[in-house]
Design a protein around this ligand. Structure first.
Ligand code: ZN
Ligand code: ZN
Length: 352
């Protein structure tokens, strides 16, 4: 879908709105192509205008070309200009998930507002061919960065050293930046699903969990792999096998028309069978694209139906205090007939 048809698709979803005020920057990028850090877009039945500040005059005109959105530079706070433009509108949809209370109050004085959370996000769930190509490139870059960083691993490096190496390799390979703070968690830290890398030295014996993602061409990738320093104990191998089995079962369940919740059930059911139900403390996955976390959420009871063109992660995990944690995560694509695993990195437990 081109940016021009995206604006048209938004209008088709207006319902009884006569306009939509877009304040989420990823939504603005999706609809207009604009990549700057300060903008608001007002879409009415007849027109779509992007307001930005003088730092972005040239960039906004260049990036929005062909989107059907007119770029306009304003001086001073964007809100003041937008408030003026809202006057006379009958029912303005606004992005209730991203707008602050003070801004809402300001806008609400100018025109009747109606929360329209998720209007653009729903469109963003199914990716175009160009977006899928961008996600593929991002995933490949991310996996190459992982391989390069592991190749440079030395015993005694800290979690932070390895995280820095990963981020450095990503950028050398063409990523703009990490898609989130890279997680490198050794031994007991690996039992914390969202650990921050610290000064802990990665030396002998223990699980090493790495969760990393890149932004390339604006699109995110996301992967988790576990390695082991020294020979793993039998119970660690068992834990790893159980999580891998859950991950494969969830991937196997992915196809168009299936509810997101049933993918989660496939992973959760497998871990339950291994007595690890309580050790799996998060959802099975999430959509990704211009943001690292997008709808659909691949979580318990989620009724969103998967559709061809959705890019999602599959990342079950099991976390045992004292022993460590295992998570295995791939970025996958829902295809017309099932699923394609985009992440090329092998999934056996690598021993360092
Ligand atoms: Zn993820
Ligand atoms: Zn991840």
């Amino acid at each position: 879908m081109s940016t021009r048809s995206r604006v048209a698709a938004v209008r088709e979803r207006f319902g009884d709105l006569d306009s939509l005020l877009v304040t989420s920057l990823p939504n603005i990028r999706y609809l207009t192509g604009f990549t700057g850090s300060n903008a608001m877009v007002l879409i009415t039945r007849r027109k779509a205008v992007l307001f930005t500040d003088p730092r972005y005059t040239l960039q906004s005109v260049a990036e929005t070309a062909g989107s059907g959105v007119e770029a306009r530079t304003v001086k001073g706070p964007l809100e003041l200009t937008v408030v003026k433009k809202l006057k006379g509108l009958r029912k303005v949809g606004f992005e209730s998930g991203t707008i602050g209370y003070a801004s809402w109050e300001h806008f609400a004085k100018a025109a009747p507002l109606e929360p329209s959370k998720g209007l653009v996000e729903t469109l963003r769930m199914v990716k175009s061919e160009d977006e899928i190509a961008a996600i593929r490139a991002s995933v490949d870059t991310n996996s190459q960065a992982f391989a390069a960083a592991i190749g440079r691993f030395r015993f005694g490096m800290s979690e932070l050293d390895l995280a820095a190496e990963i981020d450095y390799q990503m950028r050398l390979l063409g990523a703009e930046k990490p898609a989130f703070e890279t997680i490198v968690a050794f031994k007991a830290n690996s039992a914390l699903p969202h650990a921050r890398p610290g000064a802990a030295k990665i030396d002998r014996n223990g699980l090493l969990l790495i969760d990393m993602g890149s932004f390339r061409g604006g699109y995110a990738s996301d992967m988790t792999r576990c390695l082991h320093l020294g020979a793993p104990a039998a119970k660690t191998r068992q834990l790893y096998r159980a999580v891998l089995e859950a991950q494969l079962a969830a991937i196997d369940a992915v196809r168009p028309g299936v509810k997101a919740g049933s993918i989660d059930k496939a992973a959760r059911g497998t871990l339950e069978k291994h007595g690890l139900a309580k050790a799996f403390v998060h959802s099975t996955g999430h959509g990704l694209g211009l943001e690292i976390h997008e709808t659909p959420r691949i979580g318990k009871g989620d009724k969103t139906k998967l559709a061809s063109g959705m890019a999602i992660t599959i990342e079950p995990g099991a976390y045992l205090r004292g022993q460590g944690g295992v998570r295995i995560e791939d970025t996958v694509l829902v295809t017309p007939t099932g699923v394609e695993i985009l992440t090329p990195t092998p999934k056996q437990l690598t021993i360092l």
